[in-house]
Ligand binder design. Structure first.
Ligand SMILES: [Zn+2]
Length: 76
């Protein structure tokens, strides 16, 4: 499940901020994008419907914050 992947990546320090390259410290407003709002191009796998989350860097001197469906790209 996406939420556990995000939590795991953040607690393991693997979710990196693109601005300062330090681990992202927190996130908020996680939502699953359900299959019913998907465009129909994919199958019924909920994982492919995706999810959206606001990532917050939280490191000193960095105000990076982004609401994205492509959070997986920040996991290194
Ligand atoms: Zn940062």
């Amino acid at each position: 499940m996406s939420l556990s992947k995000i939590k795991e990546a953040i607690s393991a320090g693997k979710m990196l901020c693109p601005t300062c390259q330090k681990p992202v410290k927190s996130f908020e407003k996680y939502v699953e994008l359900t299959a019913s709002v998907w465009d129909g191009a994919g199958d019924s796998n909920l994982e492919t419907a995706g999810s959206k989350v606001t990532l917050i860097c939280g490191n000193d001197d960095c105000s990076w914050k982004e609401r994205t469906e492509y959070w997986a790209e920040y996991i290194k």
